[in-house]
Design a protein around this ligand. Structure first.
Ligand SMILES: [Zn+2]
Length: 161
């Protein structure tokens, strides 16, 4: 047996192991996982947006859940009548109606639901990083000037109608 050959083989085995380990560390960085309930609420949501959500949960500094995905016009109108949305679902349609948007809720460091804007901002960084990695342009509602919608993520209109 050639000692050089053995050394090269040993190097390849160790290097391969290192790469696999590195990949795993990147994937479990947040320690959070998307719940079955969140997945259920994404039924009818565009595949690209689901991919962003599934990657964001691996990157997020705080746990989050999906509260709303695709809506019918009737569902959107009901929210409008409750004053929960400015869009009536008919003359003004929501991005939720075309499956291009999701709403999320953030859990704080104690696992409690929070509406604190800074939590949503920090989770939005995970969504933005996920979108960048996947090459899927998104818009965070918290970046809007007139009506800040912290719990809202949508696919960029310029690329997804
Ligand atoms: Zn929304």
């Amino acid at each position: 047996m050639n000692i050089k050959y053995l050394l090269v083989l040993l190097f390849l085995i160790l290097f391969g192991g290192y790469l696999m380990k590195k990949d795993k560390i990147i994937k479990i960085v947040s320690g959070f996982a998307l719940s079955a309930r969140s997945e259920m609420r994404m039924v009818g949501v565009r595949g690209d947006l689901k991919r962003v959500v599934r990657r964001a949960i691996e990157l997020t500094p705080f746990d989050f859940g999906i509260t709303s995905g695709k809506r019918t016009a009737e569902e959107q109108n009901a929210l409008f009548k409750q004053g929960a949305s400015q869009l009536d679902g008919y003359s003004k349609k929501s991005r939720h109606q075309s499956g291009c948007a999701v709403d999320f809720v953030v859990y704080d460091e104690n696992g409690k639901v929070t509406w604190g804007f800074s939590y949503y901002e920090q989770v939005s960084w995970a969504f933005k990083q996920a979108a960048d990695e996947l090459g899927i342009p998104i818009v965070w509602g918290g970046d809007w000037v007139s009506f800040k919608d912290g719990p809202h993520i949508e696919l960029d209109r310029a690329h997804y109608s």
